[in-house]
Design a binder for this molecule. Structure first.
Ligand code: NAP
Ligand code: GDP
Length: 336
């Protein structure tokens, strides 16, 4: 069998690193365009930062992708790079649109002109749905985002559909709900909770301060999700899929699972801003700080992943408590 080539943008991020590891295990050759002096720490954690199967190429501007595509003629393109934090997108909407949308269009155009046989995956997001929507959403539900990140992702998502439906490319959107792992950036609540809980159990000290612990998310484990990216490109027809766990868990649930992972007992008291968790010695280990609250954080959105379950074998997902445990034990080991 001939070796497959995959181009991955965003290889230095959580999903890029995990996808690279997964594809290398299938003997892929990986082309990895990066910015100058890329931070390869996540790849190093996975032991693949110097893997011979990865060819790093430094690019300067989006138009460099014409040359990169011509050179490598990839079988598969995974466009994962993005300004990925919703909260931060309010500060620099023009940068977010440039990176998340215009770059995607450039890549689609390069593929259309120079490598039409390449199959194209785009990391779209659940943030493309309405901000005040509750319940279960499916691929074709109404999309009216109201933050710059969601708007940039929806614009790119529609361009992916345009290149599929009008220009005839094999291009698809993975509509991704939140997914976490040991490689998650510390600005996300999962990493913060697992890291801080490990620190409290090991060394004590300051409590963990959180914002809205009643917030509920459809969370999954990134290691499961990246497998679905590849499965989408293996389908006969290019199609968009929701990739989600279809279950909601609160931030408080996550805190409980993290302490459970280290066999550390806590008891919750109080409500709203005065809610706190105490350990067996009556010390406060978790408290609320208003500064971590967000203006818009009310929705309880779940993704209907039944199409992915049926077509992509997106089943037997790692349970919530298991991956929170894995992340917490990992943080605990880092402290030793
Ligand atoms: P991540 O860890 O934040 O990684 C983002 C990647 O994008 C990194 O490789 C980063 O490169 C690159 N990047 C960021 N800003 C850039 C810029 N200005 N120019 C060029 N490259 C830039 O994100 P992730 O969690 O792996 O997510 C992968 C994709 O899935 C993203 O498109 C994200 O929006 C989407 N998504 C993720 C989730 C989730 O829960 N993880 C949910 C929905 C959608 P550097 O290392 O050079 O900064
Ligand atoms: P995001 O919602 O995709 O930006 O992912 P995050 O992991 O940053 O946040 C997930 C949820 O956790 C949101 O509903 C936040 O409001 C909630 N949350 C509660 N406390 C915190 C906190 O201290 N930090 C962060 N990042 N989120 C928090």
């Amino acid at each position: 069998m001939t070796q497959k080539t995959a181009l991955i943008t965003g290889i230095t991020g959580q999903d890029g690193a995990l996808l690279a590891q997964y594809l290398l295990s299938q003997d892929y050759k990986i082309i990895a365009p990066t910015r100058l002096n890329p931070d390869k720490s996540k790849l190093k954690t996975l032991g693949i930062n110097q893997h011979q199967g990865i060819e790093f190429i430094v690019y300067e501007k989006w138009s460099d992708f014409d040359k990169i595509i011509i050179q490598c003629l990839p079988d598969e393109v995974y466009h994962l790079a993005a300004v990925s934090h919703v909260g931060e997108s309010h500060q620099n909407p023009e940068v977010v649109f440039d990176v998340n949308t215009l770059w995607t269009i450039q890549l689609l155009k390069s593929v259309e002109q120079y490598s039409r046989q390449s199959k194209f995956f785009f990391a779209s997001s659940c943030e493309i749905f309405q901000d005040d929507l509750h319940g279960l959403v499916s691929e074709n539900d109404q999309k009216t985002p109201s933050n710059p990140y969601g708007i940039s992702k929806l614009s790119a998502h529609l361009m992916v559909q345009y290149y599929r439906d009008v220009k005839g490319l094999f291009a698809c959107n993975g509509i991704l709900f939140n997914h976490e792992s040991e490689l998650r950036a510390p600005s996300f609540v999962s990493k913060k909770i697992c890291r801080e809980v490990a620190r409290i159990v090991k060394n004590g000290g300051q409590p963990l301060y959180l914002g809205n612990i009643a917030a509920k998310k459809d969370w999954g484990y990134a290691n499961d999700y990246v497998q679905a990216f590849q499965a989408m490109l293996k389908q006969k027809m290019a199609k968009d899929y929701i990739i989600a766990s279809a279950a909601l868990h609160s931030v408080e649930d996550m805190v409980n699972c993290a302490f459970d992972a280290l066999d550390y007992n806590i008891t919750w008291q109080g409500k709203d801003l005065s809610r706190k968790a105490l350990n067996q010695d009556g010390e406060i280990v978790v408290a609320i700080d208003e500064k971590f609250f967000r203006p818009l954080d009310q929705r309880f959105l779940k993704g209907n992943s039944s199409n992915a379950q049926r077509d992509l074998d997106f089943n037997n997902l790692t349970p919530f408590a298991s991956w929170v445990k894995s992340m917490t034990l990992n943080e605990y080991r880092e402290l030793i």
